[in-house]
Design a protein around this ligand. Structure first.
Ligand SMILES: [Zn+2]
Length: 392
């Protein structure tokens, strides 16, 4: 266990409104950033300051991130009863010690999936997640979900996507948040269904200005990656950027399979690469971004031999120090009961991330977004905000 001094960084003033002004007093204490008389381990960053940092999120599931108030509202609307007791409600909506197996953790998604079966709820649900993200200064977010899980009440894939895009478009105009939707194929369904999904979603691609589809994903797959080669070849021909859930659990060799056979531009999680030097070398050489979700990994790896059972044992800092393109994400804001600000706080607390590391993480994410170059251009000033913190 590391010991941390509560020093003056945690007490810097945040009273001035624009971000740069807010951080001026922080910059004045920059000796704390760069270790003049203060070791890296002592840099405790205030949560308000961490919240104020501009952020990018690349890995966030819609059906695991509906805010609690949205879950309550939609449940009433759908006639689903929820526990009144706050503790019981928490157990119904997020990972707690009550989850005895990973399968029980997966069951938590069913509630939010059931609530997202109508056009209105999908649109409002997406918007509600964007509102929460925006509150912690997320400037760009890619929200992912599997449209095929939202057809229970007669919607088509097109209608599901139309509603999600409508929600994103509202978020973009009402909150100024950029980003788009990642369409997830399900690894426990057939390859043909993945192909059907990618083809049905194609009309929504390249509409990033409207918060449209920006890429595709493969989730719920443990080891059958090679069965999806044709689907992802078609995805590539259709022009989708690709991210693949792999290296979260199981063998690191599936990261290589995802890169070679599924044309992955990014890897969802990928943290188990730390066990394979050759894969680390490939990830560094090709500068493949990893969408790291620390809390989610700690929660799910409890159930796997060789997993990362605690924040302290998570390899995120080693990955960054290996020069792997690490980005930081929540995975599931509600099910994992976290936010990006909380992830930043935990990175600061357990892995000594300071402003230099957070700048790197922002710059990595900015490089890795799936939206077209003009969106990246719009986000450049936020990187400059970080740079002003580290160079002044
Ligand atoms: Zn995920």
């Amino acid at each position: 266990m590391h010991s941390f001094k509560t020093n003056h960084i945690s007490k810097h003033k945040l009273s001035l409104s624009p971000f740069l002004n807010r951080t001026l007093s922080f910059i004045k204490n920059r000796s704390n950033l760069h270790g003049q008389g203060t070791s890296e381990k002592e840099q405790i960053l205030d949560k308000k300051f961490l919240k104020s940092l501009p952020k990018i999120e690349l890995h966030c599931h819609v059906d695991g991130s509906l805010p609690l108030e949205t879950i309550k509202k939609f449940s009433q609307r759908c006639g689903i009863s929820l526990p009144k007791d706050p503790q019981l409600l928490k157990e119904r909506t997020s990972v707690t010690s009550k989850c005895k197996t990973l399968f029980e953790c997966f069951q938590l998604f069913n509630l939010q999936i059931d609530l997202l079966q109508t056009k209105t709820n999908i649109e409002e649900g997406v918007l509600s997640i964007l509102e929460k993200a925006s509150e912690e200064n997320v400037k760009y977010i890619e929200l992912r979900f599997a449209p095929q899980l939202h057809l229970k009440e007669g919607l088509t894939i097109s209608k599901v996507l139309e509603s999600a895009v409508k929600g994103f478009k509202r978020g973009k105009s009402e909150l100024g948040i950029e980003g788009g939707i990642i369409v997830g194929a399900l690894g426990d369904l057939s390859e043909q269904l993945a192909i059907d999904l990618f083809q049905s979603s194609a009309p929504f691609l390249n509409k990033a200005e409207e918060g449209g589809v920006v890429g595709v994903d493969l989730c719920r797959v443990i080891n059958q990656y090679h069965n999806f080669g044709t689907a992802f070849k078609i995805a590539r021909q259709l022009g989708y950027p690709t991210t693949i859930h792999t290296g979260e659990i199981g063998s690191p060799e599936f990261i290589a399979t995802s890169l070679e056979q599924l044309y992955a531009n990014r890897i969802g999680h990928g943290v188990h690469c730390i066990k394979d030097e050759q894969i680390i070398e490939t990830l560094v050489k090709k500068q493949i971004p990893l969408e790291v979700c620390m809390t989610s990994n700690v929660q799910s790896n409890i159930y796997f031999r060789g997993g990362f059972h605690s924040y302290q044992s998570h390899p995120v800092r080693k990955l960054l120090d290996h020069n792997i393109k690490v980005t930081i994400n929540t995975d599931n804001r509600t099910i994992s009961d976290t936010t990006l600000t909380r992830e930043f706080h935990l990175l600061n607390k357990y892995h000594h991330f300071g402003i230099v590391q957070f700048e790197k993480v922002f710059s990595n994410a900015l490089d890795s977004i799936f939206a077209p170059p003009h969106v990246k251009q719009k986000l450049q000033p936020f990187l400059k905000e970080y740079q002003s913190l580290t160079t002044n």
